[in-house]
Design a protein around this ligand. Structure first.
Ligand code: NAD
Length: 249
C-alpha cells in the first residue's frame, strides 16, 4: 500500500531542490501534487521531470493575491489539501554590520510572511486530520556567521509549529517543522557568493557535520514523507532535525 494513496498535496517552491525531491517522492507514494514556484520555465521543467499526477501553478508566496489564486485553483481542481508542505524560502548572507533594510524585509517577507499566509489561506481546504509541514532549518539552533536574519526567520517557523499545533488541535491537524542541515541544492548559488566561494562554503560547512557530508534533497524528502503520512500519526508540534548530526552535538 502506498503511503499517500489518493492524497492531494501542495508544495510551495516545488520546482527545485528539497521541494522538487519531495514532490517526486509524494507522487511515487500515490499523491497528486500541486507544486508552485515563481518562474514559469522552471515550473514547467519540474512538472515535466515529475511526470504524472502533478500540476504546476506559478506564484510568489509573499504575494497574497498569488496565494488566493493558487488556492482557488486548487479548490476548483481538487476541492481539498490533505498535505501542505510550506517549503519555499530564500537564504542570503548578511553579517551584522552589513544588514540592509531590503535584506531584512525580503527575507522575512518570503520566509515568514509568505509561509504564514500560505498556511492560513490553505486552511479552509485542509480537512480535519490533515498534515502541515513547514521547512525550517538547523540555522535557528546554531550561530552561523552571516546568517542572522535567515536564522531568525527559521526560528519564527519553528515557533509557528508550536503555536499552530495548539490553534488547530480541535481539528486534529498535525503541524510539524522539518529542520534540514546543509543540503546540496541550488540555494547556495543564490546566497550572493561567487562559484568559488560557494565551493569553499560547502567544504567548510561539512567539517561541522558528524556524518561528514552534505545531505541530498531526497534525504529530506523521505523525512517529509514520514511527517506527511500516517506513519507519524501521533507526532505534532515537533521540529524534526535531518542534519547529519550538525545541530545535535
Ligand atoms: P532551492 O533554491 O532549490 O529551492 C527554493 C524554492 O523556493 C524554489 O523552488 C524557489 O522558486 C522557491 N521560492 C523562493 N522564493 C519564493 C517565493 N517568494 N515564492 C515562491 N517560491 C519561492 O533551495 P532549497 O534548499 O530546496 O530550499 C527549500 C527550503 O529549504 C527553504 O525554505 C530553505 O530555507 C530550506 N532549507 C534549506 C537548506 C539547505 O541547506 N539547502 C537547509 C535548511 C533549510
Amino acid at each position: 500500500m502506498k503511503k499517500l494513496s489518493g492524497k492531494i498535496a501542495v508544495i510551495t517552491g516545488g520546482n527545485s531542490g528539497i521541494g522538487l525531491a519531495t514532490a517526486k517522492r509524494f507522487v511515487t507514494e500515490g499523491a497528486h501534487v500541486v507544486i508552485t514556484g515563481r518562474r514559469k520555465d522552471q515550473l514547467d521543467a519540474a512538472v515535466k521531470e515529475i511526470g504524472d499526477n502533478v500540476t504546476g501553478i506559478q506564484g510568489d508566496v509573499s504575494n497574497l493575491k498569488d496565494l488566493d489564486r493558487l488556492f482557488s485553483e486548487v479548490k476548483r481542481q481538487h476541492g481539498r489539501i490533505d498535505v501542505l508542505f510550506a517549503n519555499a524560502g530564500i537564504g542570503e548572507l548578511a553579517p551584522l554590520g552589513s544588514i540592509t533594510e531590503e535584506h531584512f524585509d525580503k527575507t522575512f517577507r518570503i520566509n515568514v510572511k509568505g509561509l504564514l499566509f500560505t498556511i492560513q489561506k490553505a486552511l479552509p481546504l485542509i480537512p480535519d486530520g490533515g498534515s502541515i509541514i513547514m521547512n525550517a532549518s538547523i540555522a535557528s539552533s546554531k550561530g552561523l556567521e552571516g546568517f542572522g536574519v535567515y536564522s531568525a526567520t527559521k526560528a519564527a517557523v519553528r515557533s509557528f509549529a508550536r503555536s499552530w499545533t495548539a490553534d488547530l488541535k480541535s481539528r486534529k491537524i498535525r503541524v510539524n517543522a522539518i529542520s534540514p542541515g546543509p543540503i546540496d541544492t541550488p540555494i547556495f548559488g543564490q546566497m550572493g557568493l561567487t562559484a568559488d566561494q560557494v565551493q569553499q562554503f560547502k567544504g567548510n560547512i561539512v567539517t561541522s557535520v558528524p556524518l561528514g557530508r552534505m545531505g541530498s534533497p531526497d534525504e529530506i524528502a523521505k523525512a517529509v514523507l514520514f511527517l506527511a503520512s500516517d506513519d507519524s500519526s501521533y507526532i505534532t508540534g515537533i521540529e524534526l532535525f535531518v542534519d547529519g548530526g550538525m545541530a545535535q552535538i
